[in-house]
Ligand binder design. Sequence first.
Ligand code: DLZ
Length: 158
Amino acid sequence: MATALHHLSDYDFNSVPDASNMCFGIVVAEWNHDITGAMLDGAVKTLEKHGCLSENIHIKKVPGSFELIYGAHQMVLNGGYDAVIILGSVIRGDTPHFDYICQGVTNGIARLNATQEIPIIYGLLTTNDHQQALDRCGGKLGNKGDECAIDAIKMAKF
Ligand code: DLZ
């Protein structure tokens, strides 16, 4: 017999699973490290707040956001992770470079999500200026790193 569908109002949209048995990889870009470092702090603190042990959070640095694709793929191939988080900050300049990097990273991470066995959480800030990035890494608009940590825990339990 078919299982009855839950009514939407019964669904708990806000709960975050316990992460005490989970293991996460984080790949973080060095470009704009004042921004990516703050996102990293937020992600690690949030994972730990939800029970993840610090020894089960493995961090790898890459030079720039474009290398996040390679870094995330290597972490997937190494195995042992429930999810991988990428953290980068691309800030618009005077040339189309911004668009190529943003598009490249977005396509690369999307492809990994479609082809690999674990979720890759997309923590790429793409902003017009430095202040917009500051606002999103612990400023007035929250911290993208915190959000990515929550998303990683939820997707690890998918
Ligand atoms: C080259 C470059 C530029 C201009 N801007 C950024 C940026 O705002 N954020 C970022 O994470 N990386 C930037 N990069 C570096 C590229 O991501 C990449 O590291 C290099 O093109 C080498 O592949």
